[in-house]
Write a new protein. Structure first.
Length: 124
């Protein structure tokens, strides 16, 4: 797994590539928590993830809780079919604020679903 950061206005974009498995999950957690300490909005780019195991999904849930604790916005975007299926199987699709492309993630407001893909697209 490879992780990199980019800044777009007040948003820190976390780009992740490869497999998010048991070995990679702690590193992803470290990077997401660092991003949540430093930016009011964190957008996780899932487009280059080949798959995500339950340990990786657990890290995303931890990051979501940390964002709420810190009063930060955390959302995911760019889900490919494999990741969308992993979220559906784990029954967590409705928990996250999910945007389609990066452009939607950048303009999405906290708690807003108006520019965010509907849960029907990923949960059923």
């Amino acid at each position: 797994m490879k992780v990199s950061f980019r800044e777009q206005g007040n948003t820190r974009i976390v780009d992740v590539a490869g497999a998010v498995d048991l070995d990679a999950a702690p590193l992803l957690r470290q990077h997401l928590f660092e991003a949540l300490r430093q930016a009011p909005k964190v957008a996780l780019n899932l487009a280059a993830i080949s798959f995500i195991e339950t340990s990786g999904i657990a890290v995303l849930l931890e990051a979501l809780l940390e964002s709420q604790r810190r009063h930060r916005q955390f959302l995911v975007f760019g889900m490919n079919t494999a990741v969308r299926d992993d979220f559906r199987i784990a029954h967590v699709a409705k928990v996250f604020q999910v945007a389609g492309p990066e452009e939607q993630a950048l303009i999405a407001k906290s708690g807003s679903r108006s520019l965010v893909t509907t849960n029907a697209n990923i949960s059923g």
